[in-house]
Design a protein around this ligand. Structure first.
Ligand code: HPA
Length: 282
């Protein structure tokens, strides 16, 4: 075992180091990963022949602090395909740097993952959406205030100025639509606006976001998607509209409601994940 002191300093090597530790627990090739947002962690529990690593046991991973996030990397099989599932993610609003928020993506990339499904909870801005709807992310607005690729570029990851014209792969979106239809789920599709949080938005901010072309708003996903694309991974994003955004309904937003809706939709969402994930290969 490497000691705390012998950990590499350069991000690329830290990611490789962490990936070696993960690989020591799970030898088989893992090409697909999923990040499970608030209230969706249960999906990982159903993986077969699984191994689970606490984030605390993966060097370089921070620790998740928000309710509803377990903080484990679970690797196992669904439909005979090995996948890595992150039960919980790191949010910028928790105080982590963008490098910490996106380090798991770097590790997944180093593991050999080529496709990633990012899930999240989001507020519905599009007035045609209902609470509990699922939305395929067609594109995002990164309004978090910075880009996770800011700073020196390591060409081993990817280019200095990576193209972002198709962050969310079109063929993956079609797979999600198809599989949704197959189980009687009408999926929405739209633009996800990422804000830093942690306060929910004001009604004026939601009107602004609607004018800017956003359909949903949340506090995650965009940094991970940017970093995944930097490495050439293919990305699919699905939001659970846990609440209508501020000012849409005449009522305040609270985290308990967000968690409740997540729980109500969990089974359908899990079923969708089970069908979609084995089809996501780059
Ligand atoms: N705003 C931002 N993030 C969210 C929301 C919201 O209304 N709901 C769930 N995550």
């Amino acid at each position: 075992m490497m000691t705390e002191d012998s950990r590499p300093e350069i991000l690329y090597e830290r990611a490789e180091h962490a990936a070696r530790i993960v690989r020591a627990h799970y030898g088989e090739e893992v090409r697909t990963a999923v990040v499970l947002g608030s209230g969706l962690g249960a999906f990982a529990d159903q993986l077969e022949e699984q191994v689970a690593l606490d984030y605390a046991d993966i060097p370089g991973f921070a620790r998740s602090t928000v309710e509803g996030h377990a903080g484990r990397l679970v690797i196992g099989k669904t439909n005979g395909v090995s996948i890595a599932a992150m039960q919980g993610r790191f949010h910028y609003y928790e105080g982590y740097s963008f490098e910490e928020v996106t380090f798991p993506m770097r590790v997944l990339g180093a593991l050999g993952v080529r496709s990633v499904l990012l899930t999240n909870a989001a507020g519905g801005i599009n007035l045609a959406f209902d609470q509990g709807a699922l939305m395929i992310i067609s594109d995002h607005l990164n309004l978090m205030g910075a880009n996770p690729l800011r700073g020196a570029n390591d060409d081993r990851f990817g280019a200095r100025f990576p193209d972002m014209s198709e962050v969310y792969a079109r063929d993956f979106q079609e797979i999600a639509v198809e599989e949704g239809k197959a189980i009687g789920l009408e999926l929405r599709r739209g633009v996800y606006a990422a804000l830093s949080g942690p306060s929910y938005e004001t009604p004026a901010e939601i009107r602004m976001l609607r004018t800017l072309g956003a359909d949903a708003v949340g506090m995650s996903t965009a940094p991970e998607a940017i970093v995944a694309r930097h490495m050439g991974l293919k990305v699919l994003g699905i939001s659970c509209i846990t609440n209508m955004a501020a000012g849409v309904l005449d009522q305040p937003i609270n985290h308990a409601e967000v968690m409740e809706t997540g729980a109500r939709v969990r089974e359908k969402f899990t079923e969708l994940l089970r069908r979609v994930i084995p089809r996501l290969s780059a």
